[in-house]
Design a protein. Structure first.
Length: 352
């Protein structure tokens, strides 16, 4: 007998059933209809009436989806999975397990094998390839969903996250020293050129004797620096070092500083590069007064709640000047300063 559910119809007439199955005798048709109703595959549409024969049959029926037998999947989940894997979700959703089964079984095999050896932490992509043969599967192709379904945390796979390598230039390797963390690449290269002697650089940037420059790459600095700390050269991790952050004067740049501050906690002494920010304000005023250059508009959607900790490093008058720019929807990019501006011209020889 052919399955009615494969006919593609949701409703079917009595005559269509007879022709579809090829019944010649009425008794065969009646027996078939009765069995299909009993098995939950057909439901009579009673409003259409019956054919008046004996036994009477309804003239039309609704075709019901056949219930799939997931018995072997239930058995596999209950008896083949390692104890680390929770089976509750897939027992309740066998249709999802049918789709996810190759990935769950691969994870199950891996967990069985790992018991036999001591496992060292590896990168997320390396572990993904070891388990599924696809380095991007864990993070980008559904692996995290599989872990959630079986109740596993990512940390249980003995992995570590990888960040972009921390880019820095060290003029000297003695400690303690002042380290400047820069948000943007242009400023990093300009200050590096200055320290290398171009523009009559003396090693002092806006009055600060600078040992090392770190390129933060915007928001990436939080993760990069957090992951790198503990693996840097010893002179960069000396507790006597002073870290100065310098980025765009906008809510996003301020937010990056405050996020970095939370990331590093008490491990390093970090504060805004105050003299550099004041130099930005000074130059912005000069450009507006002398050449009528108006500051650019800040990008929309920035978190305006940032700033309390950042502004705490400045005097009241300085905070007000910054706040006026931000309130006007403007910002000052750190690229406003060039190699010609790094000599101290502000009467603050210590740069702080």
């Amino acid at each position: 007998m052919r399955s009615l559910s494969k006919s593609g119809k949701k409703k079917i007439s009595l005559d269509e059933i007879r022709d579809y199955q090829g019944f010649g005798e009425y008794s065969e048709l009646a027996e078939y209809i009765g069995s299909q109703i009993e098995k939950g595959r057909l439901a009579p549409i009673k409003s259409g009436g019956t054919n008046g024969k004996k036994p009477p049959l309804f003239l039309s029926y609704r075709i019901l989806s056949e219930k799939k037998d997931y018995g072997r999947f239930y058995e596999e989940l209950q008896y083949d999975m390692v104890p680390e894997l929770s089976i509750d979700y897939y027992m309740a959703h066998p249709e999802v397990y049918e789709t996810d089964r190759p990935y769950v079984l691969a994870l199950n095999r891996y967990l069985k094998e790992r018991r036999e050896r001591r496992e060292l932490p590896v990168s997320v992509n390396e572990r993904s390839f070891a388990v599924w043969g696809r380095e991007k599967f864990l993070v980008k192709e559904g692996g995290m969903r599989i872990l959630k379904n079986v109740g596993l945390e990512l940390s249980s796979l003995a992995v570590y996250a990888t960040a972009e390598p921390l880019a820095y230039y060290s003029r000297r390797k003695e400690a303690p020293q002042s380290v400047i963390i820069l948000e943007n690449k242009d400023t990093f290269y300009s200050m590096r050129r200055f320290l290398l002697g171009e523009g009559e650089g003396s090693g002092r940037i806006l009055g600060v004797e600078t040992g090392t420059l770190i390129y933060g790459a915007g928001k990436g600095i939080c993760r990069s620096f957090g992951d790198a700390f503990g693996c840097l050269e010893p002179y960069l991790e000396d507790p006597g070092n002073e870290f100065l952050y310098f980025g765009d004067l906008d809510y996003e740049g301020i937010g990056i500083y405050e996020s970095l501050k939370r990331t590093v906690g008490e491990r390093i002494r970090l504060r805004p590069f105050r003299t550099a920010y004041l130099k930005m304000l000074e130059k912005a005023r000069e450009m507006e007064e002398r050449r009528g250059i108006v500051l650019p508009a800040a990008s929309a959607g920035q978190n305006r709640n940032a700033g309390e900790e950042f502004f705490g490093a400045f005097a009241q008058e300085e905070r007000e000047a910054m706040a006026a720019i931000l309130s006007a929807g403007q910002y000052i990019p750190q690229e406003i300063l060039t190699i010609e501006d790094y000599r101290n011209r502000m009467g603050e020889p210590d740069g702080l």
